[in-house]
Design a protein around this ligand. Structure first.
Ligand code: ANZ
Length: 823
């Protein structure tokens, strides 16, 4: 019989859908397994093959765990608020909700063509009022915990996008989304106090089964530094300047102070003759992005403020400078300049000719030049001197131990239309009120103009009848908040909503959360290493502290999938060429018009014309072949090069299996020893590969198996049924089809997972005779995979008493038979 995926695949997809084959139940008698993908933003471009790699991996594990008797939850949903839909709306005048609906329908169709085993009853979109009602509610919980506040903040404002961006959304002074210039502005914003959770977010990392690289990224993003704060009295003013230092032991080497241009004391420090130069410098600095200001290698700039401070140890007057290499939001936005021991301070001192005074001996790494009465560090090691200084500062009440974090509070306002409105009413007297549960959801009004206003208020501000209301609860005149939440809001808790997706009374119920959480395996792209994964951990930890969830961390095990690369062709200086328009001559590549082409392996993208449409692959090879190939292409967490020929190879394997299973050599006799050896070896291999997520070696294991199995005189039905079960997670359609063709009830995922019997694996064990000087002294059992070194070491151990005190002159290994020592 001939294998035709186009007939088989849609048939089984309909069957699974209609029979709700993958519905997840809170079954107390079973162990649960919650397996989650990072849900997609439903873009207009449709599903990307990059999505498919991760989604196929999770689906394999989900189907495997189901077969092993777990109660599996494998859901899918849509992260559907976001800028692209809004920008499309601006260009076309279509409501972003309409666009989103269309895109979701397309994504759903594409995913279902892959045969993924989602519990469809749990599907939701974050832009649905039924969902964001609870996002608004959760914001009010954060607010009630004192973790949401309003502040005038220097923000990253992107005029082109018409919105404020978080630090994470800005790279080198340009927006990550779209690459537009970003400038600094003051705006009144909602801010979430993630800094209050810095230590908890650090500690929580230790217990997680995550890639070390991701944990390290989060640690350095949080950036915990231990040190001290030191106060310097400003000369002639009754004020002090406080700095943060990680090197208190260098205190005697301070020859100047530097503050950031935005420091609140700048105005106090200016003198009549520095006013002009300081103001010029401040306006210059305000035009630079933060990244430009602090980047290394640039010539330091700065200006003398006009004031001096008194050095607390030496009593000397030292100048206060203003420079943009000092970061406004870090520590106190002020630095004690120790040019002898800090590179940036040294560069600064060299530009402005400031004193340099060494206080640490470069050879002994001990303190020198630091003896001033009751303050004496000379001869002390750095650590001891540091402790001494901190105690000294505390005693004199001019400083104390201090921990600083790189992490800043999270700017949570966006000036956009297509996001969650805040559940906030502002009153004329400047106060505000958080809306109560019975007032939610607050749904954005329908508008026809989504353009940003450039004033930092957001498009909602133009809808006067929506903004200006009489508060039904207080009777006061009130204005709605016109900012919206950032896209991260919806993805901060979606994994909790999946536990109880249709609950109208609460975001989730306690019992369901307790059953399903934490997520056992979470797979997604490495680009979320900090943003989404840090924000979600933050919300979750707050919920945990409020008693709303049962685990401190949401995602137990995390795997980052690698990127999919594909060959791109480019005419240097001109642009990309589609692969169809490429001609090969003697290993060289040319465009049809004869230009020599640059051939590269790059991340797949539309703009590089090297994208692959999953739908085309499915039409040509079938979803099962594509699923198999998605694993075959390489280890899950590594980048991989897309190769259509290998998909054809996967398809040929499925053809052969199908033909073999429907051939006349299929018999109903019990499997003999030879058949069992092959089958049980396969069971062991596939089971271990799925357990360890070494999914890339599964397809070749099946291919090797089939090569050997096809040589058997007959094909026992019971052996093939085991093979179908093993294949079901990877190529579920064909596995289900053959399973049913063999006379079984549909639902192979629920038919149990085969186990192997060691007695059939013995063929993989070889017995070696061990000789010493020609005499047989022992026998050892070794697996066939063992290396020569391992065999020799086992052999030596077994004849230890004959080798003791002897010199081995010769060692011989005859593979599969004999080890011989001459002593
Ligand atoms: C004196 C000193 C001497 C410093 C020395 C370093 C080396 P991390 O490790 O990143 O926490 N600093 C403090 N606040 C700053 C700000 N707002 N912008 C830029 N730099 C700032 O760095 C802490 C060190 O960075 C602090 O320790 C301070 O310089 C500087 F040999 O103080 B140090």
């Amino acid at each position: 019989m001939h294998y035709d995926p186009s007939m088989i695949e849609s048939k089984w997809q309909t069957f699974w859908k209609d029979s709700k084959a993958f519905k997840a139940f809170e079954d107390a008698s079973k162990k649960k397994y919650y397996i989650l993908d990072m849900f997609p933003y439903p873009s207009g471009a449709g599903l990307h093959v990059g999505h498919l790699i991760g989604y196929t991996a999770t689906d394999i594990v989900a189907r495997y765990k189901r077969a092993r008797g777990f109660s599996v939850m494998h859901p899918m949903g849509w992260d559907s608020f976001g800028l692209p839909a809004e920008q499309y709306a601006i260009r076309t005048g279509t409501h972003p909700g309409e666009i989103t609906k269309k895109n979701i329908a397309n994504f759903r169709k594409q995913l279902s063509a892959m045969g993924f085993s989602y519990d469809e009853d749990r599907e939701f979109a974050t832009s649905d009022p039924k969902y964001f009602k609870w996002t608004q509610k959760l914001f009010s919980i954060l607010h009630s915990q004192g973790l949401a506040y309003m502040a005038d903040m220097a923000v990253n404002y992107c005029p082109e996008l018409g919105t404020v961006l978080s630090n994470e959304e800005v790279e080198d002074g340009f927006s990550v989304e779209g690459g537009y210039p970003v400038e600094r502005r003051m705006l009144r914003q909602w801010v979430l106090k993630i800094t209050a959770y810095a230590d908890k977010l650090l500690e929580g990392l230790d217990e997680l089964d995550w890639p070390e690289s991701v944990k390290q990224l989060q640690r350095s993003w949080i950036g915990r530094s231990e040190g001290a704060e030191v106060q310097f009295a400003i000369e002639g003013k009754n004020k002090t300047l406080t700095v943060f230092t990680t090197r208190p032991e260098t205190l005697a080497g301070v020859t100047f102070l530097v503050i950031s241009p935005e420091h609140p004391l700048v105005a106090d420090l200016i003198s009549a003759n520095t006013r002009e130069s300081v103001e010029a410098y401040l306006s210059e600095a305000s035009r630079k992005s933060e990244r430009d200001r602090v980047s290394e290698g640039k010539i330091k700039t700065g200006v003398f403020s006009g004031s001096m401070v008194i050095h607390p140890i030496t009593g000397q007057s030292i100048p206060v400078w203003i420079s943009d290499y000092v970061v406004v939001g870090y520590g106190f936005g002020a630095v004690m300049g120790v040019p002898a021991h800090d590179e940036r301070d040294k560069e600064f001192a060299e530009v402005f000719n400031l004193d340099i005074k060494g206080v640490i001996c470069p050879d002994s790494q001990c303190c020198i030049n630091s003896n001033f009465g009751d303050f004496c560090l000379n001869g002390l090691s750095i650590d001891r001197a540091s402790d001494y200084v901190v105690r000294y500062l505390e005693k004199k009440k001019i400083g104390k131990a201090k921990v600083s974090y790189k992490l800043r509070d999270w700017l949570f306002s966006r000036q956009r239309y297509w996001g969650e409105p805040f559940p906030i009413l502002h009153f004329e007297d400047g106060t505000y009120r958080v809306l109560e549960d019975d007032e939610l959801p607050i749904v954005p009004p329908n508008v026809s103009d989504y353009k940003p206003d450039g004033l930092g208020k957001g498009p909602l501000a133009r809808v006067s009848e929506w903004v200006n209301i009489q508060d039904p609860k207080t009777g006061k005149r009130a204005m709605r908040e016109t900012h919206t939440m950032p896209q991260w809001a919806g993805s901060c808790w979606y994994y909790l909503r999946f536990c109880d997706a249709t609950n109208d009374e609460a975001p989730w119920s306690e019992s369901k959360e307790r059953y399903w959480m934490p997520v056992d395996l979470y797979i997604g792209g490495a680009e979320h290493a900090v943003l989404h994964l840090l924000y979600a951990r933050f919300w979750h930890r707050v919920f945990y502290d409020c008693g709303l969830v049962s685990t401190p961390e949401p995602f137990k095990k995390l795997v980052n999938q690698g990127l999919v690369l594909s060959t791109s062709y480019r005419i240097p200086g001109k642009g990309y060429v589609s692969p169809e328009d490429v001609v090969e001559r003697n290993g060289q590549y040319f465009s049809k018009s004869g230009d020599a082409l640059l051939v590269r392996q790059e991340k797949m993208s539309k703009s590089k014309l090297n994208g692959i449409d999953p739908q085309e692959i499915i039409t040509e090879f079938g979803a099962d072949a594509l699923r198999m190939y998605a694993m075959f292409s390489g280890p899950l967490d590594k980048n991989k090069l897309w190769c259509n020929q290998s998909i054809a190879g996967c398809r040929r394997f499925l053809n052969r299996l199908y033909e073999l299973s429907t051939s006349e050599k299929v018999c109903s006799q019990p499997a003999d020893f030879d058949a069992n050896v092959l089958v049980h070896k396969l069971i062991k291999k596939i089971t271990e590969d799925i357990e360890t997520l070494s999914l890339n070696t599964i397809p070749s294991a099946f291919m090797e198996f089939l090569n050997a199995f096809s040589k058997l005189p007959v094909y026992p039905k019971e052996s093939l049924e085991v093979v179908f079960k093993l294949l079901a997670p990877i190529a579920p359609h064909v596995a289900e089809e053959l399973w049913v063709l063999f006379g079984n009830q549909p639902g192979i995922d629920h038919a149990g997972w085969p186990t192997y019997d060691d007695k059939y694996l013995v063929s993989a064990i070889v017995v070696y005779v061990v000789q010493v000087n020609g005499k047989v002294r022992s026998r050892i059992e070794v697996s066939v995979e063992e290396s020569r070194e391992e065999i020799l070491s086992k052999a030596k151990e077994s004849v230890f008493k004959y080798l003791e005190g002897e010199r081995i002159k010769k060692e011989i290994v005859v593979p599969g038979k004999l080890v011989s020592f001459a002593v």
